[in-house]
Design a protein around this ligand. Structure first.
Ligand code: BGC
Length: 262
């Protein structure tokens, strides 16, 4: 996008969202949360080993960097894992070899510059709190991403409490996300209503533990919100993510931009 490139004052960062199903990348104007140029998505390689995923990220970031015309744009990468000091510590919907992987170092090598690595749902939450459905909401806000897994971003007065993993709360003796993640509806071949009831049970359990002021639902299913929102009975307000399935990309870019300046 030549006109985007020509806009010199723009602060751009590259956001990467690694999911169990797809890897998505875009350049993001961090002052507005808008994409600069197109979003690119490829299927997550299978097996989704760190090496295979890093290769894909390297290629996509190169492309996005060229489009944005910002060779030194900070790079943020959201991954479906607990991330502590750049090391990935869990792997529910990605190859188990991510556990204990020095992701920040290895991914920096793959893209040729420093990267910020964080949990994918935490990233989505940052975008929603800054520019989306959570703007101005104080107190406790939960951003839940419904996709291959169920991710959570917990915010207290706008500040992120990283690495909450509410998809793995135990409900009916197993991981809650086995029933409430978006893929569970498809895998089990159940109706939107039946799936919404399972999601609702999970939201009630979350409300009992956290009493949030607001729950923001993102991820792939957010474009079909009208098919399940009417069945939710939980007490807190539930809204759909403004950025829908792109929140993770935008938030990863924001995290990178902030870690570059701060
Ligand atoms: C993972 C989380 C991730 C979520 C959404 C879960 O299975 O444990 O780390 O945020 O899926 O991708």
């Amino acid at each position: 996008m030549a006109d985007a490139v020509a806009d010199a004052g723009r602060r751009v960062a590259i956001g990467v969202d690694v999911g169990g199903t797809g890897v998505k990348v875009a350049a993001v104007d961090v002052a507005s949360g808008e994409f600069v140029g197109d979003r690119h998505r490829v299927l997550t390689p299978q097996p989704s080993t760190p090496l295979a995923v890093a290769k894909v990220i390297g290629r996509l970031v190169k492309q996005a960097t060229r489009i944005a015309g910002a060779a030194d744009a900070p790079v943020g990468i959201g991954v479906p894992s607990v991330v502590i000091d750049g090391v990935t510590r869990s792997a529910a919907n990605i190859d188990p070899s991510w556990i204990g992987f020095e992701a920040a170092g290895a991914l920096a090598k793959a893209v040729g510059r420093r990267v910020t690595v964080l949990n994918d749902a935490d990233a989505a939450g940052l975008a929603e709190m800054r520019f989306g459905a959570g703007v101005g909401t104080r107190g406790t806000v939960l951003v839940l991403t419904l996709g291959t897994g169920l991710g959570s971003g917990l915010f207290i007065d706008g500040r992120l409490v990283p690495n909450t993993e509410l998809g793995h709360m135990e409900i009916r003796g197993r991981d809650a996300e086995r029933r409430s993640a978006a893929i569970a509806r498809v895998r089990r071949g159940i109706s939107w209503k039946a799936w919404a009831q399972d999601l609702d049970e999970h939201l009630h359990a979350i409300d009992r533990l956290f009493s949030p002021n607001l729950i923001i639902l993102g991820g792939g299913v957010s474009k079909n919100a009208q098919r399940f929102l009417p069945y939710l009975t939980v007490r807190p307000a539930v809204v759909v993510a403004t950025f829908r399935n792109d929140a993770g990309i935008v938030g990863a870019a924001l995290a990178a931009a902030e870690s570059a300046t701060g």
